[in-house]
Design a protein around this ligand. Structure first.
Ligand SMILES: [Fe+2]
Length: 394
């Protein structure tokens, strides 16, 4: 992924993760509200039923009250309505009113919700519940606020005519928030963390791929100059890495090896095209010029901060174990191991590729030729054991 896409992508991840968590909390709160509403509804219904039933049983299924109503004994009626208000704490008001058309003469009581208030209408019966007062009924208003408070409902719901929920006919507002500040904080935090994590991983990945791609590009530009070695650097890198794997090298060394292998012949930039593309054999002078490519590469990289080791490995990729190589004639262990690996891979790929002065050898022929060359024995042995397998990846 290109670096300029990183920020938009991280922002996208942030938004998706944050919204995902917010939605999760919102749904969970919604479910909680609904469950609480259902539970509260049941509690309220059971309470109001018991409440109405006990008022009816105590006062409105009673011969004395029935008689008082038929004979209009206002003092008796007033006194008893006063008892109701006093003895039942949630009675806000108690009166005798004209019967309303909707309230039938059957049953003991009926609830009515109006203007967000709960009223109970009672039929007034004699003690045997046989005769009912036909023209008038008793009426009680429930003190809803105290009731909800005592039933511990008011910590979840409060009556509100504009509320979006309905509790036994009464419009209420929920005190359970749709989303809590802590949940917003948590969701945003998770969004930021995810974006950072993904951004960081992508940056690591893009840095790695950019660097390797850049090196490949450099070696490709170089190979354009010398068409006979097209893909040579890439092959040398592949073979070197396969050898390094089998030699048990660590990741850091392998990374350095890959870079050095990709760039090992970059010094040929400083060698003229006529010499590089010459069809016949090179003269000793021309060969001396070609040899310079190791030092040219070294000079390019040794000045770059952090590339000193890379410069050294590239410088010595033409050294031989017996000191017959160039540019410094190093022997055996004096030659860095990574240079010795590149040397084996370089020779093997060169022998098995077409050259202006000879056609490609078969893998078996190349191995036979290499037997007598002063290459690192251990590295060569690994190649000999596994070149068939390695070349399959080429
Ligand atoms: Fe070379």
């Amino acid at each position: 992924m290109r670096r300029r896409y990183l920020l938009p992508f991280a922002t996208f991840v942030f938004i998706i993760v944050t919204l995902g968590f917010l939605f999760h909390f919102y749904s969970a709160n919604q479910v909680k509200r609904e469950l609480e509403l259902k539970r509260t509804s049941q509690v309220l219904r059971i309470f109001l039923d018991g409440f109405a039933r006990s008022i009816s049983t105590g006062y409105f299924q009673w011969d004395d009250f029935y008689e008082a109503l038929t004979s209009n004994r206002e003092d008796f009626i007033g006194e008893n309505l006063g008892y109701i208000k006093r003895d039942f704490p949630y009675v806000k008001d108690a009166k005798i009113v004209e019967r309303l058309s909707w309230f039938t003469e059957e049953g003991l009581y009926q609830f009515k919700v109006e203007d967000n208030r709960i009223f109970i209408y009672f039929n007034v019966w004699d003690s045997k519940v046989e005769r009912v007062i036909e023209d008038r009924v008793a009426f009680v208003e429930v003190d809803l606020l105290s009731l909800l408070k005592d039933l511990e409902i008011s910590s979840f719901f409060i009556p509100d005519p504009d509320g979006d929920l309905v509790l036994e006919g009464v419009r209420v507002r929920s005190l359970i928030p749709r989303i809590k500040p802590l949940q917003i904080f948590y969701s945003t935090g998770m969004g930021i963390l995810s974006a950072l994590f993904i951004g960081f991983m992508l940056m690591l990945y893009s840095e790695k791929t950019t660097r390797v791609k850049l090196l490949e590009k450099i070696s490709m530009i170089m190979e354009e100059k010398d068409p006979y070695t097209k893909n040579h650097s890439k092959n040398v890198a592949l073979i070197s890495l396969a050898l390094a794997d089998r030699l048990g090298l660590g990741d850091k060394e392998k990374k350095l090896l890959e870079e050095a292998a990709l760039l090992h012949d970059i010094g040929k930039i400083g060698v003229s095209d006529e010499i590089l593309n010459k069809k016949g054999k090179l003269t000793p002078q021309e060969f001396d010029i070609v040899k310079k490519h190791t030092e040219i590469a070294y000079n390019i990289f040794s000045d770059i901060n952090g590339a000193e080791l890379l410069a050294k490995i590239i410088r010595h990729h033409h050294e031989r174990m017996d000191g017959s190589g160039y540019p410094d004639g190093l022997k055996g262990e004096e030659i860095p191991l990574l240079s010795r690996i590149i040397a084996v891979a370089d020779v093997f790929d060169a022998l098995t590729s077409d050259r202006p002065y000879r056609p490609a050898m078969s893998y078996d022929e190349a191995i036979k030729v290499m037997e007598s060359m002063p290459l690192d024995e251990r590295v060569f042995r690994v190649l000999k054991e596994s070149y068939k397998e390695i070349m399959r990846i080429k």
